[in-house]
Design a protein around this ligand. Structure first.
Ligand code: CTP
Length: 406
């Protein structure tokens, strides 16, 4: 088992789901992990440290100030030697502390000090989860490069039904196992493949202070870039303006307009094995960019917009053996529009979703359409999971050589 011998820090925070952390701890210990549990003060109100001490046969860490052992700075030692920090369950409060960069207890201090990957599995009431403050904090964590796992949807302990459940220990364990086995095999699935991912919106300037754009956050594209890197690919991320931090290990090219994205992509296309086009490209731009700021006058302001190049369609016409993956966010006739785009743009695969399921959100509900007519539907899941599914599909297409045949 890939988890065997790995030093994993399990952070447990104060929510009802803390009891599930005991199940998770037991799974990891049985799989041979060197598990260290760090509890927040509130977590101890839900589960006793003795439970984790018994399961791991190690002391449970709680206090950042008082050192148990002479000559040791426990939070730095833990942080330095960890292979993975997993916080499950993560309450809204701890998520807020992490977003702020606080270090007011052992767990937050370890997270700040570690260079290991940090995974956060939120669990809370559905209305708390949807509160803009929590969503903003979650976005901030994603921006730090932390991986958000879940939450799942279902009946919550508080009586409400919706998003907020801690992902089941089984699924969490699987994610940990997959992470280490991919790491061990050198992320063999996409090893050595050159993949270009585009992300975010484009901006189409009107004058020096105004532009046209859309609501794309870039989260989907960034998650794909990260997943492809983890799967061993050499990744170039061509991104429009977003508020996100680029994932570790990925080469980033920043662009603003559709035409800049077009140039950046076409310059690199011949060298690529695959292009995943998650960017929301503006179809139109103002016909003219005013050099000075446009001043208001009486009455309406009328101006003309002209078509931008369809980047993906152009690549579809030029492609030799590159795989092309497109996206479609539709408000109506999802399947019909998806199949039409797949065909018109000569794509190997198209990821389709309803616009309201995706824009600005951390989750997505997608269907994959393939050039051979097959389709694959998925339930709502975090964008990181969608990204992994896309990478799995890419690896499959590369292996099988099922390409769009022109
Ligand atoms: N796309 C592109 N260049 C454009 C417009 C879109 O490369 N000028 C790509 C997007 O990155 C996406 C796919 O084409 O992968 C579909 O984008 P979408 O905006 O849904 O489709 P359009 O072709 O623009 O069709 P419409 O706006 O009519 O729905």
């Amino acid at each position: 088992m890939a988890v065997s011998g790995k030093k994993i820090i399990l952070g447990v925070t104060g929510g009802i789901a803390a009891y599930k952390a005991a199940e998770m701890a037991s799974r990891l210990v049985r799989a041979g992990a060197e598990l260290h549990v760090v509890m927040t003060a509130a977590a101890k109100q839900f589960v006793g440290p003795a439970t984790f001490q018994g399961l791991t046969r190690r002391p449970v860490y709680e206090n950042v100030i008082i050192e148990e052992k002479e000559g040791q700075i426990a939070h730095i030692d833990l942080a330095d030697t960890a292979d993975l920090v997993l916080i499950a369950p993560a309450t809204a409060h701890t998520i807020a502390r992490l977003a702020q960069g606080l270090a007011d207890d052992m767990l937050t201090a370890v997270v700040l000090a570690t260079r290991a990957p940090v995974w956060v599995a939120p669990a809370m009431n559905v209305n708390m989860y949807h509160h803009p403050a929590v969503q903003k904090n979650i976005d901030t964590l994603a921006g730090y490069g932390y991986r958000l796992i879940g939450p799942g949807r279902g009946r919550l302990a508080c009586g409400w039904t919706g998003l907020g459940r801690l992902v089941e220990p089984d699924e969490l364990f699987q994610a940990v196992e997959t992470y280490f086995s991919e790491k061990e095999s050198g992320g063999a699935r996409l090893k050595g493949k050159k993949i270009i991912v585009t992300a975010g919106p484009t901006r189409e300037a009107l004058d020096p202070v105004r532009f046209f754009s859309n609501y794309s956050s870039g989260k989907m594209g960034y998650a794909i870039a990260e997943a492809a890197y983890r799967a061993g690919a050499e990744v170039t991320l061509i991104t429009g303006p977003t508020a996100l931090h680029p994932p570790f290990g990925v080469s980033v090219i920043r662009v603003e307009s559709a035409r800049e994205m077009f140039d950046a992509l076409t310059r690199r296309f011949s060298d690529a094995d695959a292009v995943v086009k998650a960017a929301a490209v503006a179809d139109y731009r103002p016909a003219e960019i005013s050099l000075g700021k446009i001043k208001k006058t009486e009455g309406p302001y009328v101006f003309k917009m002209v078509r931008n190049p369809d980047i993906l369609k152009t690549l579809g016409q030029r492609k030799t053996d590159q795989l092309l993956v497109g996206f479609a966010a539709e408000t109506d006739h999802l399947e019909e529009n998806a199949r039409k785009k797949l065909k018109d743009k000569h794509l190997d695969m198209l990821v389709a979703n309803k616009a309201e399921d995706s824009f600005g959100k951390n989750t997505n509900t997608v269907t994959f359409y393939f050039a051979d007519g097959k389709k694959q539907r998925f339930r709502e899941m975090p964008k990181q999971h969608v990204a992994e599914k896309i990478c799995e599909a890419l690896a499959r297409l590369m292996k099988v050589g099922e390409r769009f045949d022109r």
